[in-house]
Design a protein around this ligand. Structure first.
Ligand code: ZN
Length: 243
């Protein structure tokens, strides 16, 4: 089976549309989403409805839970909390119901899925080899996918040795070399690895291969929508730098 994996869409409709158009050309059987459909961005209802229609499996993320009132917004940075409050007011009933129905972890086709990490599906950031080691060991499956950090990353465990690095556009991995792998597709709607293009991952479970992809989108359209809605300027500015 061939699947495309997205995460951290953050209500960025133009980024999501660009990714879905690119994915249409990938010949994928399924689409998986690792959560954070909303928060930060200006188009929460459209993004939630599109993912509900298109995704075969979808997790809930910490920003989704914050918007739903199931996480304390005092735990969020100021701009994230402000956008979560705005989203909570804007969110339509059907979109809210869909987000309410989701869990932060799951398993699909023998692959373990977590929004954040295998130890803490909602909050823990997997960005270092030490933290990745804990997730690699505690995950129920040999292949684990996480989102949350907005960084396209790959970690592997071979015997006792953990290795990891950023996974820029075009990175291709053979899945069967190491004992275990943990991959983060990067973020569709708010990348933070200095590449502002929207990120997704192609996972070919038959060929045992993973490929990291990036696709450009009209950043200025999302920035204009953020400013029109009076959301924090920092959320618009960061998109063009991918930070
Ligand atoms: Zn996120």
């Amino acid at each position: 089976m061939r699947t495309c994996v997205v995460s951290d869409i953050h209500a960025n409709l133009h980024a999501l549309e660009a990714v879905l158009e690119a994915i249409d050309g990938e010949g994928a059987d399924e689409l998986w989403c690792l959560g954070d459909l909303v928060g930060y961005g200006p188009r929460p209802n459209e993004c939630t409805r599109i993912v509900r229609e298109r995704a075969d499996v979808c997790l809930v993320g910490n920003h989704d839970l914050g918007v739903l009132g199931r996480l304390d917004l005092d735990l969020f940075a100021a701009d994230a909390a402000a956008s979560a409050r705005w989203t909570g007011v804007e969110l339509a009933e059907d979109a809210r119901r869909f987000l309410e129905s989701l869990r932060p972890e799951g398993t699909r086709a023998g692959v373990a899925l977590f929004h954040a990490s295998a130890r803490d599906a909602v909050w823990e950031y997997v960005m270092t080899e030490d933290v990745a080691a804990e997730s690699l060991v505690s995950s129920p499956e040999a292949l684990t996918l996480v989102g949350h950090s907005h960084l396209a990353l790959e970690f592997s465990l071979t015997g006792p040795v953990v290795r990891g690095s950023l996974a820029p556009e075009g990175t291709e991995l053979e899945l069967d070399g190491p004992d275990r792998r943990l991959l983060n597709p990067g973020s569709v709607g708010q990348p933070r690895d200095a590449d502002p293009r929207a990120a997704y991952l192609v996972l070919d479970l038959d060929a045992r291969r993973a490929t990291f992809r990036r696709v450009p989108y009209p950043v200025e359209r999302t920035q204009a929508e953020i400013r029109e809605r009076g959301l924090p300027e920092s959320l618009a500015a960061r998109l063009e730098h991918g930070l």
